[in-house]
Write a protein that binds this ligand. Structure first.
Ligand SMILES: NC(=O)c1ccc[n+]([C@@H]2O[C@H](COP(=O)([O-])OP(=O)(O)OC[C@H]3O[C@@H](n4cnc5c(N)ncnc54)[C@H](OP(=O)(O)O)[C@@H]3O)[C@@H](O)[C@H]2O)c1
Length: 325
């Protein structure tokens, strides 16, 4: 049994654990919160035997092999390093760090301690994403020329919320824009040219961002993210022989359709009892069993390139966080 510890029992940790308790070979052994009450409540909900009211206690716990970090972005670096230096493997929520220099320090720490580290971009491991990548490698849509992907929702404006607070690295790009960027990086690699515009909230973070990427191959990607507009949350990958649509919400897609040039359509649906985190959990388990420090499917290099693109977009839209001043 691989023994998991959970740091930061918030919204996403709760969803993650709903899958984790159902995955073979995995057990949730410990949870840590800054509050004893929150740790108790979470431990009760998921029947977790060990609970701590500091993250350090969990990082040092003999009951833990691998830690899931579900705290806000600005703590990912310190919490990952805390766990890695205590010889714990780490699955860290996206974005894995706030910027490239933070991520470089995390990767160096994973390597020094010979521990596994991966960014929790769960989309990468979903059956729908795998199918889409398979169709593309079979050249069913020919050469990719255009990717369109969005992730927006109209939330209420609260300057103190995680999403709008610059001290917690708020903004649409790092929170949801990372998904469209992940898609284009997965299919086309590192862009040659990046153009971005943002709508900046009174707190100084991007309420919306619109991004155009151009690749050496001539392919383009039009991507956007928003905390202030409802958007379809769809992705289309357009090629010289047709296109693939990942249906809403595409980052957790349960349906993809393939539109051939002759206007015929094939479609695939993916349904199971899991929310979708199961597949990244299984990947973590396999990698740890093999003694790896990174996944071949979601490498450190990939996360670094993605982070570099986000750094450049933030430079262009002039979003700089207090800890970067
Ligand atoms: N993969 C996905 O689908 C997905 C979805 C949503 C979010 N996320 C990512 O997961 C991370 C957390 O998001 P969330 O929506 O779950 O956040 P959240 O509900 O606010 O939970 C974050 C948790 O972190 C802990 N924390 C530690 N220091 C904190 C601080 N100074 N302020 C606030 N919380 C602090 C809190 O737990 P205690 O105080 O109890 O320790 C809190 O419950 C973000 O990086 C986000 O991008 C991923």
């Amino acid at each position: 049994m691989l023994k998991w510890g959970i740091i930061g029992p918030g919204k996403i940790s709760r969803k993650f654990c709903q899958d984790l308790i159902k995955v073979d070979g995995m057990t949730i052994s410990a949870v840590a919160s800054r509050s004893v009450d929150r740790a108790d409540k979470f431990a009760q909900e998921f029947n977790i035997p060990n609970k701590y009211d500091t993250y350090t206690q969990l990082a040092q716990s003999p009951h833990v092999d691998v830690v899931y970090i579900g705290t806000p972005h600005t703590f990912h670096k310190d919490h990952s390093i805390l766990c890695l230096t205590n010889k714990k493997h780490v699955l860290c929520e996206k974005p894995i760090a706030v910027n490239t220099s933070e991520l470089q320090a995390m990767i160096a720490c994973a390597q020094e301690n010979n521990c596994f580290l991966m960014e929790a971009i769960w989309t990468k491991f979903l059956p729908s994403f795998k199918k889409m990548q398979q169709l593309i490698s079979q050249e069913v849509i020919g050469e990719i020329k255009m990717i369109q992907a969005d992730f927006g929702f109209a939330g209420s404006y609260d300057p103190n919320s995680r999403l709008y607070n610059p001290k917690l690295a708020g903004g649409s790009l790092l929170d949801v824009g990372i998904y469209p960027l992940f898609l284009s990086h997965s299919l086309l690699g590192t862009p040659a040219t990046i153009h971005a515009l943002g709508n900046i909230s009174p707190t100084g973070v991007d309420a919306s961002a619109a991004i155009i990427l151009k690749y050496e191959s001539g392919a383009l990607a039009c991507l956007n993210s928003s905390l202030e507009a409802d958007t379809p949350i769809e992705a289309t990958i357009g090629g010289t022989k047709g296109f693939i649509k990942m249906h809403s919400r595409w980052h957790e897609s349960r349906k993809i359709t393939l539109h051939h040039k002759n206007e015929t359509i094939d479609s695939w649906e993916f349904h199971d009892e899991f929310l979708g985190y199961k597949y990244e959990i299984e990947e973590v388990g396999k990698c740890i069993q093999k003694g790896k420090v990174e996944s071949d499917r979601l490498t450190h290099h990939f996360s670094l390139n993605l982070m570099r693109t986000m750094d450049e977009i933030r430079r262009q839209i002039e979003v700089r966080y207090p800890m970067e001043q």
